[in-house]
Design a protein around this ligand. Sequence first.
Ligand SMILES: Nc1ncnc2c1ncn2[C@@H]1O[C@H](COP(=O)(O)OP(=O)(O)OP(=O)(O)O)[C@@H](O)[C@H]1O
Ligand SMILES: [Mg+2]
Length: 467
Amino acid sequence: MKDLFFRENIFEILDYIDEGVHIIDNRGNSVYYNKAAQRLDRINKNDVMNKHLLDIYPSLSDETSTLLKVINTRKPVFNVEQTFINYKGDKITTINSSIPIVAGNKLKGAIEISKDITQVRELSEKIIDLQSELLKNDISDGLIEDETICTFMDIIGQNQTIKELKQVALKAAETDVPVLIYGETGTGKELFVRAIHNTGKRKDKPFIAQNCAALPSNLLEGILFGTVKGSFTGAVDRPGLFELANTGTIFLDEVNSMPLELQAKLLRVIQNKTIRRLGSLKTIKVDVRIISAVNVPPIDAINTKKLRNDLYYRLSVINLDIPSLSERKEDIPLLVKHFINKSNYKYNKSTKRATKEVMSIFTNYDWPGNVRELEHTIEAVISLNDIEEIKESHLPQKFKSISASVNKYDNCSLNEAVSKLEENMIISALEKTNWNTSKAAKLINVPRQTLQYKISKYNIKRRRAEN
Ligand SMILES: Nc1ncnc2c1ncn2[C@@H]1O[C@H](COP(=O)(O)OP(=O)(O)OP(=O)(O)O)[C@@H](O)[C@H]1O
Ligand SMILES: [Mg+2]
């Protein structure tokens, strides 16, 4: 009685979840079929219950049905992608896990849980279509976006390491050897990759960039290597990015996010210079230069088992470690100038410079977002204002605390520094005493007349907001 109570309630609960649940007994007949499964298959519960699986899905067989396979092997299967046409005629892609139900050593049946990933699958196919479209345009119309024509000239920096990196990258550009770039976010990794491609002999050939962290891992393989009709029901013949990038360069960004099994496949692609579309036995020759990037130190990625050691050695024939902006603060003035020009051009403005104070705030800031953060800071100020000079007051809130702690006595004489200190101390004393000169004079221990004299000397006035 108690058992029955639990069973019926659990089944009712399963009707509220988003995943399809299908349970069969050990003969292959359906014994439970939740609401989500009915929605996915577009079939009514009554047409499924107590019927054999192959009667419900005539297109499946003992081999292709994961549920029947589990009944035969008694082994669970996890995360298998399946595409099928449902009863309404829609193409549906699901990720299925099927688990045998065993009680007291006896096989009672099997349960399958299906997650609908149709939209994700469609998106991934769209990405490939757009990439091929873009490529067609790139090749026929010449280069369209200004970032695609970036070269080493666009990499600004006089820092010794940056100069050396540019030299090494320039040499690398003349060859086909794999390059692995490491740098924190916004340090200019992609800029280097594009400069290498645009300088080398493949510059008129395709350039394809794919962020390996941006897609669910089970879709990445099909995107990189392509799919063939029949690899799963409903799959179509589609080239992957390696085929699209043939004769050119592929940029694998955040390669440390690629699943380890796929890293093993990538290794074989590099070794054999061939790819195999998902579900195909045929190998296709590809000539693609691989540049990859990681945003954690490669050694950490290897130690935490995010990056295969053997793949690392293959990818990093040339290694470029780009320093963070805080490690090359001497480049800040050059970069500021560069981004002022870039933003002026973009927003049709004519800002000339940043004040000394702003430069000193910038040099004292940590720049966790590196060069990109600096670029965005300047772009925001210029696009929002019509100004000749970028001053402290134009900067966003996050710089205020630095502005207070920055050493204001940089680049000034001792006399100037003493005067500034004196002025600041007087203002602070006046503020503390609510602008009562007698009390303020006592606080900093000077005669009242002296304080009065200095207030007029420095032209100190109570700010209006405080009146
Ligand atoms: N040395 C540089 N000179 C000029 N511009 C730079 C430099 N480094 C970076 N930038 C600019 O900063 C922005 C970020 O650069 P990029 O996209 O190459 O960084 P990234 O290292 O790939 O970052 P992420 O890891 O976040 O992808 C871009 O607009 C780029 O043009
Ligand atoms: Mg990048």
